[in-house]
Design a protein around this ligand. Structure first.
Ligand SMILES: Nc1ncnc2c1ncn2[C@@H]1O[C@H](COP(=O)(O)OP(=O)(O)O)[C@@H](O)[C@H]1O
Ligand SMILES: [Mg+2]
Length: 246
C-alpha cells in the first residue's frame, strides 16, 4: 500500500501541494484528477522519490522513503513502473532496445541476450505489439508509442504502475485501447495502478477510486461512482468542463 501523509511541496513561491494525505490500496486502480497545473505529476514524482516534499511522508508498503538510504530507495523504486507523460522513447534505438533499457543500463541485472529477447517479447505481447521489436519509435503511431513506453515500464515486473496522462493527445479509439490495456494489466498482473488523467471516460472505465486535487488539497477521495455523482459544485463543474473539452 502507498500512504501519503500531509504532503507539502513548493517551488519558490508556488505552494503546489498543501497537505495531501492519501492511501492507495493494493491491487486497485486509482485515478488522480484535477485542473492542469494542480500538482498531479508532482505528486507522482513524489511517490517514486524523484521529488522530495518539504513536509509529510510517503510510505511504500510500510517503509517511509524519507527515512531510508539511497540504496534502499533504489530497491523501493524497483517496485514501480512509470509511464511518463511523454512516452520518452529514444528514436535512435529500436522498440526492443527501448524496452530492454531498464535491464541493459543496470549492471545489477545479468540477463543474457536470449533472456532479454524473451522478456521483451513477453512484454510486447502484454501490450498487443508482438513482432514490432525491430521497428523504430518514429515508425509507430502515437498510441503504439505509448504502448511501447508501457512495455518498458513493465520490464522489471513492477508491483505499482504509475501512468501520467496516458491518453492525452490520442484519438478516442486509441485512448480506448490504452484504457482496456490498463484494466487488463490490473486484472492479469494484479498490479496497483495510479492513473493521472483529465479524461473522465477513462476514469469511469478503469478507476475504482478517484482523488481530486484542488488548490493544493484533496477535494475528493473515494469511489468513482460517488465522484461522478457528486453534488459538490467544484467537482460537478470540473467534470462538466472536462467532458466538454473532449
Ligand atoms: N521541477 C519544477 N520546478 C518548478 N516548478 C515546477 C516543477 N515541476 C512542477 N512545477 C510547477 O508545479 C505546478 C504543478 O505542476 P504539475 O504537477 O506538472 O501539474 P499537473 O497537475 O498539470 O500535472 C505547476 O505550477 C508547475 O509549473
Ligand atoms: Mg502533469
Amino acid at each position: 500500500m502507498i500512504r501519503l501523509k500531509d504532503i507539502h511541496k513548493s517551488f519558490g513561491e508556488n505552494h503546489v501541494l498543501r497537505g495531501v494525505s492519501l492511501d492507495f490500496e493494493n491491487g486497485k486502480t486509482h485515478a488522480i484528477v484535477g485542473k492542469s497545473g494542480c500538482g498531479k505529476s508532482v505528486l507522482l514524482k513524489i511517490i517514486v522519490g524523484l521529488l522530495t516534499p518539504e513536509r509529510g511522508s510517503v510510505e511504500i508498503d510500510g517503509v517511509d522513503i524519507s527515512q531510508i538510504s539511497e540504496n534502499e530507495l533504489y530497491e523501493v523504486r524497483k517496485k514501480f513502473g512509470f509511464l511518463f507523460q511523454s512516452a520518452a522513447l529514444f528514436d535512435s534505438l529500436t522498440v526492443a532496445e527501448n524496452i530492454a533499457l531498464p535491464l541493459t543500463e543496470n549492471e545489477e541485472y545479468n540477463f543474457t541476450k536470449k533472456e532479454i529477447e524473451k522478456i521483451v517479447a513477453e512484454k510486447l505481447e502484454l501490450v498487443n505489439l508482438s513482432g514490432t521489436e525491430n521497428l523504430k519509435p518514429s515508425e509507430l503511431s502515437g498510441g503504439m508509442q505509448k504502448r511501447v513506453g508501457l512495455a518498458r515500464a513493465l520490464v522489471t515486473n513492477p508491483e505499482y504502475l504509475l501512468y501520467d496522462e496516458p491518453t492525452t493527445g490520442l484519438d478516442p479509439v486509441m485512448s480506448d485501447s490504452i484504457d482496456n490495456l490498463i484494466s487488463r494489466l490490473n486484472e492479469t498482473l494484479g498490479v496497483t495502478s495510479i492513473l493521472v488523467t483529465h479524461d473522465m471516460f477513462s476514469v469511469e472505465k478503469v478507476a475504482e477510486f478517484v482523488s481530486m486535487i484542488d488548490e493544493g488539497e484533496i477535494r475528493f477521495s473515494g469511489k468513482t461512482r460517488d465522484f461522478l455523482n457528486s453534488n459538490d459544485e467544484v467537482i460537478y463543474n470540473f467534470i462538466k468542463r472536462t467532458k466538454q473539452a473532449i
